[in-house]
Design a protein around this ligand. Structure first.
Ligand code: GLN
Length: 448
């Protein structure tokens, strides 16, 4: 029944929201019937879910919202996270829209019809996991998976008023996630409540021999952490996270949230993340460098669409890439190739790696004295469709508060934290120590 409800809702609203790229109704209904008849019940038994379209699903079209993979209808295997969800008997209803290859902050880089914000369809849902956040916010699925390289789970969760977790780097296997920037990418859940989020992460987390960067660290029962007890919790609030550029209503909502924490017995102090001002530049150098290498596999031979307009091999590579990738993906590949090229490597890539270490050290230092860091998820609420498309740099700056977390590799969640007068949601970001998602969930749940 839940699965049928999910398709019913999709038919009602997805014409306007455009959260889904591919639906799998026949198989999903058959799977739900099969589950109905089974005696064993997994922890996500019969729950309808959606999967971001850069996560491989066996036999189910996986496009990364790129024309290059428009015909990639029959992936040969499931990502580890999908295998784990299957084992707990969730039902995947379809694949979710995104910015092409996860590059973007608004969904406007999708090469299909971009997703809209369900609260007001004149606004963007955020990105790149905009489809994943919008589908949950619009009630089309009970949870979704997204991926977060520089904010792509937390920022759309904030814009759509839902809960989005980027786990510690290495917590969740990346096997079967189409790589954007391998040293930053993490898969995580998007849900309506913190409790649901903890339940899904419990299922998808854990060591995987198929991903050499997956960490062999025990996965606690995150739902046990939801005690509502935050007395004595020490909160750090980076002054850079409430500084100029952060809109007054966003700042107000965070200060109000801090009052709530105080009333529950937590304390907060202002701290500094002095190198966070370099985070956006560092991120775009490193992530584009990694992307330029990762996307080299798209050559028109092994995957996806091959150009028809070539009569030799080199032209075939060239034309397939020119025709297959959209403008933002090309921009990143060019930037990354330049930063890695001989003569420039030391000045850009190597320098950026050093700054990354400084950013990580800033976090380590704060976590010597505090349990969590709290600030806004984004400097502003959702912006209008089209508002930033002509200016990639303003679009990049929107990730200023989420990117440092990926560079350091620590976990971060975005939870709803009030609304603007125009009826757009705001997000509160809670950042934790390495592999301490439990404290992040406990802090988030107490606020709900
Ligand atoms: N918006 C950022 C970018 O464009 C982050 C994307 C992401 O986290 N996948 O790179």
């Amino acid at each position: 029944d839940l699965v049928k409800e999910s398709y019913k809702r999709i038919k009602e609203v997805d014409d306007q929201v455009h959260a889904f790229l591919t639906l799998d109704e026949e198989n999903a209904i058959a799977k739900a019937k099969e589950l109905d008849a089974s005696d064993v019940k997994g922890s996500l038994f019969g729950i309808p879910s959606g999967i971001k379209d850069n996560i491989m699903t066996k036999g189910l079209r996986t496009t990364c919202a790129s024309q290059f993979l428009d015909n990639f209808n029959d992936p040969l295997y499931d990502a580890t996270v999908v295998q784990k969800l299957n084992k707990e008997q969730t039902v995947k209803v379809g694949k979710l829209n995104m910015d092409e290859f996860a590059m973007g902050s608004s969904n406007e880089n999708s090469s299909y019809n971009p997703t809209r914000n369900p609260w007001n369809t004149d606004y963007v849902p955020g990105g790149s996991s905009g489809g994943s956040a919008a589908a949950v916010a619009a009630g089309e699925v009970l949870f979704s998976l997204g991926s977060d390289t520089g904010g792509s789970i937390r920022q759309p969760a904030a814009f759509c008023g839902v809960v989005g977790m980027k786990p510690t780097y290495g917590r969740v296997s990346r096997f079967g996630l189409v790589a954007f920037a391998s040293s930053l990418d993490q898969i995580g859940p998007i849900t309506r409540t913190v409790e649901d989020n903890a339940r899904v992460l419990e299922v998808i987390a854990g060591h995987d021999a198929m991903d050499s960067t997956s960490a062999n660290v025990d996965v606690p029962k995150y739902t046990d952490a939801l005690t509502n007890d935050v007395s004595g919790l020490k909160i750090a609030v980076p002054k850079e996270y409430l500084a100029e550029g952060v809109s007054p209503q966003v700042r107000e909502s965070v200060l109000e949230a801090l009052k709530v924490y105080e009333s529950m017995g937590a304390t907060w102090e202002e701290v500094s993340l002095p190198h966070s001002k370099y985070a956006v530049a560092t991120y775009y150098l490193l992530s584009s460098s990694e992307a330029s290498a990762n996307l080299a596999r798209f050559d028109g031979v092994r995957y996806g669409v091959r150009s028809e307009n070539a009569d030799n091999m080199i032209d075939m590579f060239k034309n397939s890439r020119s025709e297959g990738f959209g403008p933002e993906v090309k921009r990143r590949i060019m930037l990354g190739t330049f930063a890695l090229s001989s003569g420039y490597y030391d000045a850009y890539y190597k320098k950026a790696q050093k700054v990354r270490t400084l950013i990580k050290n800033d976090f380590d230092k704060i976590f010597e004295d505090y349990d969590v860091i709290i600030g806004p998820t984004t400097p502003t609420p959702a912006f209008k469709v089209g508002e930033k498309t002509d200016d990639p740099l303003t679009m990049y700056a929107n990730d200023i508060l989420t990117i440092p977390v990926n560079l350091a590799g620590v976990p971060g969640i975005s939870i709803p934290c009030g609304m603007t007068e125009e009826g757009l949601p705001l997000g509160l970001q809670i950042i934790g120590k390495y592999f301490d998602e439990s404290t992040v969930y406990r802090t988030a749940h107490a606020f709900e």
